[in-house]
Design a protein around this ligand. Structure first.
Ligand SMILES: NC(=O)c1ccc[n+]([C@@H]2O[C@H](COP(=O)([O-])OP(=O)(O)OC[C@H]3O[C@@H](n4cnc5c(N)ncnc54)[C@H](OP(=O)(O)O)[C@@H]3O)[C@@H](O)[C@H]2O)c1
Length: 245
């Protein structure tokens, strides 16, 4: 990835941060976004000169436009786009989900990826190369109890990945998704903070531990680089074998 320019959303912590640091180690220049300057600045300190921060709420069209404009103004082009930022504001019984929750989940988890791909992919197509990675979830492959809105956005993200891959492949742009299982981050702490919940989750996996963000980052490096030059439209599952059962 030496000399490549990458944009990673939601990279002030968790999986996005691990991806940004892994890309930087591979020689890329990485623009990271999140909603808070202070937390982004801490990540920049870990790879100064390789990681650059941009405050952006991915649920806001004007923020995304500014993010793409400032990145292209500074670096000229974007070789790799990682749509990673997501939220789960509504782990609720399906019949209690509201209109507002539906719209917010779509805006942050799905429309942000659509908007960024629409803004970034044309430049990739013009240059005849680029890699887009969408961070989905195994929740997008199989419903989770009381997780309809989250699952729905991730399932749609997987279909968006396949659709973009089909149409952009002839222009040299590859589009893939990663579907993590349970990775130890703040987003997923509902499933592991309580030791009983963690034990239950692990009992449903072939690999008897939680995943680490760095294990997802390794897959992102492969998908971003020429090491996966014949791979497009795929969803790589990394779940310790959870979906085997
Ligand atoms: N952890 C898991 O078990 C797991 C499993 C499957 C899939 N995933 C997926 O992996 C991705 C990363 O999740 P994670 O577990 O690393 O989550 P996390 O630890 O909660 O980190 C989320 C990151 O996204 C940023 N973010 C949240 N809302 C944002 C917004 N509206 N605009 C911009 N940035 C925003 C956060 O920073 P700020 O709060 O400062 O904005 C943070 O940097 C997500 O797509 C998630 O669905 C995670």
């Amino acid at each position: 990835m030496k000399g490549k320019i990458a944009l990673v959303t939601g990279a002030s912590r968790g999986i996005g941060k691990a991806i940004a640091l892994a890309f930087a180690r591979e020689g890329a220049k990485v623009v990271i976004c999140g909603r808070k300057q202070e937390t982004l600045a801490e990540v920049v300190k870990e790879a100064p000169g390789s990681i650059f921060a941009a405050v952006c709420h991915v649920g806001r069209a004007e923020d995304l436009q500014r993010l793409v404009e400032s990145t292209t103004a500074q670096f000229g082009l974007i070789d790799v786009l990682v749509n990673n930022a997501a939220t789960n504001i509504a782990q609720v019984p399906v019949l209690t989900a509201t209109d507002q929750q539906f719209d917010k989940m779509v805006e942050v988890n799905l429309k942000s990826a659509f908007r960024l791909m629409q803004a970034v992919a044309p430049g990739m197509c013009e240059r005849g190369s680029g890699s887009i990675i969408n961070i989905a979830s195994i929740a997008g492959l199989k419903p989770q109890y009381e997780g309809m809105l989250y699952s729905m956005t991730k399932a749609a993200l997987i279909m968006m990945t396949q659709s973009y891959a089909l149409e952009l492949g002839p222009m040299g742009v590859r589009v893939n998704a990663i579907a993590p299982g349970l990775i130890k981050t703040i987003l997923s702490e509902y499933y592991w903070k309580d030791p009983a919940a963690e034990t239950l989750a692990i009992s449903q996996q072939a690999v008897k531990r939680l995943g680490e963000p760095e294990e997802i980052a390794e897959i992102a490096v492969m998908l971003a680089s020429g090491r996966s030059s014949y791979v497009t439209g795929q969803t790589i599952v990394a779940d310790g074998g959870r979906t085997l059962q």
